[in-house]
Design a protein around this ligand. Sequence first.
Ligand code: ATP
Length: 224
Amino acid sequence: MTALLRVRGLNAFHGRAQALFDVSLDVRGGEIVALVGRNGAGKTTLMRALAGLVQATGEIRLDGRRIDGWRADRRVRAGLAWVPEDRRIFQQLTVAQNLEVAEAAARDGAPAWSAARVYGLFPELAPLARRLGGALSGGEQQMLAIGRALMTQPRVVMLDEPSEGVAPIVVERLVQAIRALRGEGLAVLLSEQNEALAAPLADRALALEDGMLATVSGADAGRP
Ligand code: ATP
């Protein structure tokens, strides 16, 4: 099966400092690939480069279509969603409004995800629909951030440290939800230090070390 996300020879730069070196990877639909590596290894930079927010060279394909060179908003519209580590919930908007604003950035075509479906995935958000984003707990904010990403109707979802600042009981809920996304055929790229979240989810793990892919676990190394 063709990978939904295909990356070849990606180099990324912070100013003149190179942060990623010749990174190649594939994530298929219905697959969760975990990115592991120490702080500073380049996991966030990789997601930001794929999202179009860091200067980069190399080839990025979404369902076969080249998207490198595209602006960030166009990549979202093509079906590539990113949930940043700090979540960036709109603090002054309600939960419902946070979901609504994402609709404006959605991929064309019949929407698979509505607010009602997000509340189905995360029933704990439904009674909070009119609460301000800034009043949510860490776990609720993470659910909302994932819900907001889903409202852009993605085919590939990148989750940066989703368990950060989240209570252990909620980590279990995130595991269930991310599994459900895999079941929907989404391709999931997950950066996660917390084994409690990564271990039960990852079909494969890719290790980043100093901006390079190092040892790889899993049957298909994911590295061409
Ligand atoms: P963390 O888990 O702490 O987020 P990470 O694996 O995601 O770590 P990155 O944040 O991608 O790592 O950082 C990779 C390298 O790029 C580090 O050396 C970091 O100092 C550098 N870096 C990251 N962001 C910037 C920036 N905006 N400007 C300059 N250098 C940066």
